[in-house]
Design a binder for this molecule. Structure first.
Ligand code: BES
Ligand code: MN
Ligand code: ZN
Length: 490
C-alpha cells in the first residue's frame, strides 16, 4: 500500500472515499464533528448535521456512517467514523476507530482512500491509527479465492507526518505477525517459519542464526528436542539480531513461544480446543514482527529476538508422561503433561537468551488457558521477577493501547512444581493458578536477569472478529515490544 500525505482538503481531495470523524458531544450536533467533517458539512449545505440529527450518524467509537454523493464534495463517498468522548481519546481508541473505518472500506475494492480524522492527534495516536488502518484492510482469508478484504492501493493521511511514517512500518509488522499466525499448520512448521523469518531479515538488515536439531543437541536444548520428538517436523531455534546500539550498550532480548501446532501430544487435546492451535506460535510471530519494525525504524538499541520452534505431536517417538528432560541450563524436568509443552520450548530459549548476554528479557507466549480464565480474551497476563522492569513494559503497553495486567508470583506457586524424580515438574498440582505456576516454571531459566513474561493466550487470536479487525491472528503486542525498544534507547 502506498501511503502519502493528503494533497488537498477533505472537500477537494479526489479519492474513492474520504474519512472524517465525529466526537460524542452533549451539547448537540455540529460541534461534535472534527475539523474535516465541519468542512464537508459546510460545503454540502449541512448534510452531516442533518444526517446526525436524523440519527444516521453515531459518535460511539468505531461506528461508521457512509454518506454518498454529497454536493460539492469531490469524493463520491464520505465515511463518518465515531471517535467517542474527546477527553477519553488515546492510542487504543484511535486505533479502534480508524481500524473500523478501514475494515468497512476494505469490504469492497477501493483504489484510494483519504483519512482526515485525527489531524490534531499526537504522533503516538497517529501511529496507532495508521497501523490499525493497515491491519483493518487485511483479512485472515489467505486461501479464499474470493477475498473478503481488499487493501487500498493508496492511503492518503492528513495527520502527523512522523506518526504516519512510523505507523506504516508498525502496521506492516503487525500484518506480518498476523499472517504468520493465520497461515495453516500444514504451511507453517519450524522449517518454513524460519524461512519466512530469513526472508524478512534479509529485507531489513537483521542478522539471522538458526539452530537445527543437530545444533540443538550440541547446545543441550533437551526440552525443545523432547517436545518435538513426536513430530515428523524437526525443531528449530531462531535468533534474530539488531545491532543498532554501541558495542557496549545493553541488550534487550525478545523471546517467543513458537509451537507451530499444539495437539497436546499424548495428553491429547479434545478437537474443540485443538481447532485453533495453529495460533500457538503467536509469541514467536510477535517477536518476528517486532524485530522487523525495530530494524526498519533503525532504533539505536541492541535487540535480539529468539523463537523456540517445535510441533507438539504424538508420533511413535513422542515424549511421554514420566519422561525426564534436561534443559540447556541443567535443570531437569519431569513430564506430567505433554500439553504443557510451551514452557519446555521456552525453557531452552530463555536460557539461550541469558547465555547470549541479555540484560533484560521479555517473553511472549500463548502459554495457558488459565490466563484466559483469569483475565478474559482481550487482556494479556504479565508476570515478572522484577517489578521495575514490569512497570516499564506495562507503561509501554499502555502508551500503545494494548491491554495487559499483572498476575502474582508468590513463592507458593513455585512450590507446586517442585519435582520428586527431577528438579521440577512441567505442571502444578491442580489446575488452579495455572498461569502463575507456568510463569514460575519459566523463572527457573532466566537466572537473575530482569524478565517479564506476557501470556497472550487470549488476545493473540480472535475467535470472532472485532469491528476494527478480522478474526484470527491479531498482532497484539508487536507495538508494545517496539515501544519498549524505543524507550530502551532513551
Ligand atoms: N497452547 C496451550 C495454551 C492455550 C490455550 C493457548 C488456549 C491459546 C488458547 C498450552 O500449550 C496448553 O495446552 N496449556 C495447558 C496447560 C496445562 C496442561 C497445565 C492449558 O492451558 O490447559
Ligand atoms: Mn499445550
Ligand atoms: Zn501450547
Amino acid at each position: 500500500m502506498q501511503i502519502s500525505p493528503t494533497p488537498g482538503s477533505a472537500v477537494t481531495t479526489e479519492a474513492d472515499a474520504v474519512v472524517v470523524g465525529v466526537y460524542e458531544n452533549d451539547e448537540g450536533a455540529a460541534a461534535g464533528f472534527d475539523a474535516a467533517a465541519q468542512l464537508i458539512d459546510a460545503a454540502s449545505g449541512g448534510a452531516l448535521t442533518k444526517t446526525f440529527q436524523a440519527g444516521g450518524i453515531k459518535a460511539e467509537v468505531g461506528e461508521v456512517a457512509p454518506l454518498w454523493a454529497l454536493p460539492s464534495v469531490a469524493a463520491p463517498l464520505v465515511l463518518v467514523v465515531g471517535l467517542g468522548d474527546k477527553s477519553e481519546m488515546n492510542a487504543g481508541v484511535a486505533g479502534q476507530a480508524c481500524g473500523a473505518a478501514a475494515r468497512w472500506l476494505a469490504g469492497a475494492e477501493r483504489s484510494c482512500v483519504a483519512f482526515f480524522v485525527g489531524e490534531d492527534w499526537s504522533p503516538e495516536q497517529t501511529e496507532k491509527a495508521v497501523s490499525a488502518v493497515l491491519a483493518g484492510c487485511v483479512g485472515a482469508d489467505l486461501y479464499r479465492r474470493e477475498k473478503k478484504r481488499h487493501p487500498f492501493k493508496t492511503l492518503l493521511w492528513s495527520g502527523d507526518d512522523e506518526g504516519r511514517q512510523r505507523g506504516a512500518i508498525l502496521g506492516e509488522a503487525v500484518n506480518l505477525t498476523r499472517c504468520l499466525v493465520n497461515e495453516p499448520p500444514n504451511k507453517i512448521y519450524p522449517i518454513s517459519f524460519v524461512e519466512r523469518a530469513e526472508k524478512m531479515a534479509a529485507g531489513c538488515g537483521l542478522s539471522v542464526e538458526v539452530w537445527d536439531e543437530k545444533r540443538l543437541a550440541e547446545e543441550k536444548c533437551g526440552c525443545i528436542l523432547g517436545v518435538s520428538r513426536g513430530s515428523s517436523q524437526p525443531p528449530r531455534l531462531l535468533i534474530l539480531e539488531h545491532k543498532g546500539g554501541g558495542k557496549d550498550a545493553p541488550t534487550l532480548a525478545l523471546v517467543g513461544k513458537g509451537v507451530t501446532f499444539d495437539s497436546g501430544g499424548l495428553s491429547l487435546k479434545p478437537s474443540e480446543s485443538m481447532k485453533t492451535m495453529k495460533c500457538d506460535m503467536a509469541g514467536a510471530a510477535t517477536v518476528v514482527g517486532a524485530m522487523q519494525a525495530i530494524a526498519r525504524l533503525k532504533l539505536p538499541v541492541n535487540v535480539i529476538g529468539l523463537a523456540g520452534l517445535a510441533e507438539n505431536m504424538l508420533g511413535a517417538d513422542a515424549y511421554k508422561l514420566g519422561d525426564v528432560l534436561t534443559a540447556r541450563n541443567g535443570v531437569t524436568v519431569e513430564i506430567h503433561n505433554t500439553d504443557a509443552e510451551g514452557r519446555l520450548v521456552l525453557a531452552d530459549t530463555l536460557a539461550t537468551a541469558v547465555d547470549r548476554g541479555a540484560d533484560k528479557i521479555i517473553d511472549l507466549a500463548t502459554l495457558t488457558g488459565a490466563c484466559v480464565v483469569a483475565l478474559g480474551l482481550d487482556v494479556a497476563g504479565l508476570m515478572t521477577n522484577n517489578e521495575a522492569w514490569c512497570d516499564d513494559v506495562s507503561a509501554a503497553a499502555k502508551r500503545c493501547g494494548e491491554a495487559c495486567w499483572p498476575l502474582p508470583m508468590f513463592p507458593e506457586f513455585g512450590k507446586q512444581i517442585r519435582g520428586e524424580v527431577a528438579d521440577i515438574k512441567n505442571v502444578g498440582e491442580g489446575r488452579w493458578g495455572g498461569a502463575m505456576t507456568a510463569a514460575k516454571f519459566l523463572e527457573e531459566f532466566v537466572d537473575e536477569t530482569p524478565w517479564v513474561h506476557i501470556d497472550i493466550a487470549g488476545p493473540s487470536f480472535l475467535e470472532k472478529p472485532k469491528p476494527w479487525l478480522d478474526g484470527g491472528g491479531s498482532g497484539a503486542f508487536v507495538q508494545t515490544l517496539v515501544e519498549v525498544a524505543r524507550a530502551w534507547g532513551t
